[in-house]
Design a protein around this ligand. Sequence first.
Ligand SMILES: [Zn+2]
Length: 458
Amino acid sequence: MTTFDVDAMSHDEILHIGFDDTDSTRGRCTTHLAFKITGYLLNDSDTEFLDYPLLVRLNPNIPLKTRGNGAVCLRVKVRNHKKIIEDITQLIEEGSAIDEGANPGIMFLNGGLVPEAVKEFGRIAMFDILSKQKAEKIAKENCIPYFAFGNGQGLVGSLAAIGSLEDGDHTFEAIAYRKSKNYGTTRKIDVSRVIQYDKRTFPNTFNNYDQNHRRMLIAPHGPDPVFCGIRGESPEVVVSTLEWLQTEEILDGYMVFRSNQGTNMHLQNELKLSAIRVYMAGYVRGKVMRKPQIIQGGHVFFGIEDSDSFTCMAAVYEPTGLTSIASQMEIGDVIEIGCGVRKGTCNRPPTLNVEYIYILKLAQVYALSNPPCKYCTRKMKSEGKNKGFQCDRCGYKDSNAKKIPILQNRDIMTGLYVPTPKSHRHLTKPVHRYGMEKRSSCSNPGSKLIARWFFASS
Ligand SMILES: [Zn+2]
């Protein structure tokens, strides 16, 4: 399906190529297709990459069925637009798992500047649901040719990827790919080397190894083409770390992506409890208004009230490792939570699925204690409801005495609590990255890509 006459495009050489939803749940993967397409583009000596390929993770709360796993955008300077658009569209059609449920979309934005409407679309795609129709409307208004297969749901991610990561925080990932003959076999990675480089490169790489669960985090387990991915703060560190890993397996190659992984980009938007919708992501500031309850499975539920006095239940799931903190919160604690809005069930209204807890202010908590005897200071005993108190030791009675409030120690502290690395989503910001956020992209004119950002074995 095509909508625009490609010949009518302006002759500006810059092309932003966005695509999404090329993969099914088993096998294939959008980043692998990006690796193949990049290889194709680099074979043409006239192609110049203006930025690293972008790997854009969109709102993770949207059910897998209706989103891609990671949208990609390539920003390039090319000569023969028409041929490149035809070839890439063909590569995506052939390389996508369309008969297994993938719904690829591809968009080609011509020109150096990304229109504001496209950037806005990319911003909203981080925390809300956007329709394919809206993506098509914006594409048409901005003369962006697009192609879609299956139900075309991938158009949302395609446009969002083009509009993303122009500035602001970002990270890098060097993803290594396997030779197809090795798909499905065990990935042999020396765990001790992963532990070594994890320590050596800290804080410049992240999510390599989960100390608490003794689990390696760089390699997937499925049959997909990804061998491993090293995430970090610069293209240099992710490439040198990947090279240092010295894997036994002969790989197909690797590529560096610039990404919003590890940035909490989906949680930048403040949610008002009066206006939340299912699958939205963001943060809520408010007060704990219902005491945390631990339910079967160790999950913790509590109520939160925002500044407009709207309330909602929030859920902290056991695997996040945040339940111990959550269970010690008290009514009146002032907190901020990063969260996604989870669909309600027949016996539970929509809940906020907590991704981090920032305790801003602890409430003072009092326990009521029996009053001391005014003669011997011993704690008196209650004579029954509204009947006063009597001292066991000297027999003194006081019918007007009341219980007295005693300030309790709180066993938790204010501060930020983030999930354990094992339960991190792609977008989750690791605790050490707070304060390391980058302000601008490296895609400003004149900045060069490192020499070793792409490698493909022949
Ligand atoms: Zn007494």
